[in-house]
Design a binder for this molecule. Sequence first.
Ligand code: UDP
Length: 338
Amino acid sequence: MAILVTGAAGYIGSHAVQRLLKDGRTVVGLDNMERGNDGAVEALRELGGKRFTFEQGDTTDRSHLERLMLHNHVDAVLHFAALSLVGESVLRPLEYHRNNSLVPLMEAVRDARVKRVVFSSTCAVYGQPPSTPVTEDAPYAPLSPYGMSKLHGEQVLDDFLGGRRHQNFPFAFAALRYFNVAGCDRTGVLGEDHDPHSHIIPIVLEVALGKREHITIFGEDYDTPDGTCIRDYIHVEDLVDAHLRVLDALQDGEGRRYNLGIGKGYSVKDIIESCRRVTGHAIPTEVGPRRPGDPPALFADPGKVQKELGWKAEITELDAIIESAWKWMKANPEGYKK
Ligand code: UDP
């Protein structure tokens, strides 16, 4: 039996494969390599040996997915592959809806009789929630095609589960709503390498590397203690750990939803201060206008996942999260070798 990991060459997917291989599992990785990294795949091949197979392919290619699942006796899918940039999704909505559609994947799951799916969802399904911390029963109100595409994915899973129940066919899924995923594998083998970087921590660290002159703070007039936006930064290793726990806990017929965050928020200025401490670099800043659509404060209430799975984030200090990201960036200033 094997686990299929889609998006295996990407930031979160590669970390998930690494953990699965370390746990002794057999993994089939899939990535269309539009945004994935060869360097990550090479590192995973080295770690996994015969227990890791990788194929290039797209999650819109139903027949390839089905072949992969049947050939490798896949019994569970961790589905990370997606386009995931909120701003880009506003400009290219159709690409987001097409790429992030779960229909081809779930047709393959149906035909290959796979019994478990863990889906990377997002706190963007809540848009700007009426209150924080955010619980799983906050209203759905995505503000972007990205958030909407993920909510649609959850709906496809719900409907599919309903059909499976009627047929008495065993199936279960979990939709995990990520807050801001950050940090890297603490052994320094895997990193976060987007081209260009789109998230605050690697962007600030690029200033420390000398690749950028300054960091632009997107607004410091928010109604928050220091005027900058607050987010919940969850370490990628903690995030992956929650996936494995939920995969082991799922029972036939269940559709679970959990918010994944550390349950406390850090501001943009907290991030910059922490990067200064960790790197020893001055990190010049500039204040720019607010970024459209940024909610002032967004952090999770992780109480449900803690209660039901006994999971809680272990790495909650900002300096530790940033240290892990810095370790990889300092050793790989050009990212994975392309
Ligand atoms: N941010 C910023 N400057 C940047 C990039 C991000 O001030 O160059 C802020 C952004 O406005 C948000 C926070 O950092 O409040 C986290 O942004 P990121 O894009 O990393 O994640 P998001 O919360 O949008 O998913």
